[in-house]
Design a protein around this ligand. Structure first.
Ligand code: SF4
Ligand code: SF4
Length: 303
């Protein structure tokens, strides 16, 4: 294929990705930048010619926290978890893979999809110029802020890689240097202000099942979160304008769930109830969901 043909191929791939709802799709090559190959499990380091990196917006048009019912037994579910956007992103990446194979050929195994996987998608997004890391530690995109799901797919075509025109914190320039809105909004002061999070202070980290003991100062600010904390994202000016989310009917959950009911459910019942939702992901599990429900009801010792 001539250089010109590869350039047209690249444009076609990017436009197919945009047709599938991804914003700012970019091409990265080679597969992994050298400085983070150490983070990649060996079985993931399959050779590929290029990598498509893209972001699927989930936006902020779903009902917000203050729309949740007031009843004290209801545990809150953060907006990003009220649909299974990971599953939606994978579904759409599969469709892109199929279209590309139908049009340009290639083995199915050459189009390997990564979304919420052990592959660190954030550095891929930053290296490819899809967005830049903000002081909230997340990738911020120009049009959908940090309200996006990142995904990637290997491609068997040697395409010209995109360059990162953005530098880290480029989108944070308008915010107060010492106490930006994301940092000020964090109930547990988990943001360090340099783009990193002190995970052991982060409600979201514990709510996802990490850490054996939740410190008292984190519990004091847990509130009624059954799953997810998004205070730092909600406060960011890039996320406060209306951002249209991708249509998604995968794994729909309400804004609030009865924590008392969760405590009466067996492991199998919890697994069946959350199957296919963002709370059905393997690392969360019934024990964590039950523990979160007990915190909602004011008894963090329950397990
Ligand atoms: S609130 Fe400001 S400093 Fe924080 S991530 Fe958003 S833009 Fe950056
Ligand atoms: S997710 Fe919540 S606890 Fe974690 S850094 Fe953001 S605001 Fe703080």
């Amino acid at each position: 294929m001539s250089i010109m043909s590869y350039s047209i191929l690249k444009q076609n791939i990017l436009s197919i990705a945009e047709d599938e709802g991804f914003i700012n799709p970019r091409i990265l090559a080679p597969f992994f930048p050298a400085d983070f190959t150490r983070e990649v499990p060996p079985n993931y380091a399959a050779p590929s010619s290029s990598l498509l990196v893209a972001a699927l917006p989930y936006g902020n048009q779903l009902e917000q926290n203050d729309d949740k019912a007031d009843a004290s037994h209801l545990g809150w579910i953060a907006p990003f978890a009220r649909r299974n956007y990971y599953r939606e992103a994978v579904k759409r990446l599969k469709r892109i893979s199929l279209k590309l194979r139908q049009r340009y050929g290639g083995e199915k195994s050459s189009f390997r999809i990564f979304c919420n996987s052990p592959i660190p998608e954030k550095p891929l997004a930053e290296t490819s110029g899809l967005g830049c890391v903000g002081k909230n530690s997340l990738i911020i995109t120009k049009t959908a802020g940090s309200l996006v799901i990142l995904g990637a797919m290997t491609l068997p075509f040697a395409l010209t890689p995109d360059k990162a025109e953005l530098k880290r914190f480029d989108f944070c320039r308008g915010c107060d240097e010492t106490n930006p809105p994301c940092k000020a909004a964090c109930p547990t002061k988990a943001l360090n202000g340099d783009g990193t999070i002190n995970r052991e202070k982060c409600v979201q980290w514990y709510a996802s099942g990490h850490g054996s003991q939740i410190p008292a100062e984190v519990l004091a600010h847990w509130d009624r979160r059954l799953y997810g904390c998004s205070n730092c994202q909600d406060a960011c000016p890039h996320n406060r304008r209306p951002i249209k989310g991708t249509e998604c009917e995968e794994g729909v959950l309400p804004a609030g769930l009865d924590a008392r009911k969760i405590l009466t459910m067996t492991d199998d019942e919890i697994k069946a109830f959350f199957k296919g939702t963002a709370m059905g992901l393997s690392w969360l599990g019934p024990k964590t969901i039950r523990r979160n429900a007990s915190i909602v009801l004011g008894d963090p010792t329950f397990s």
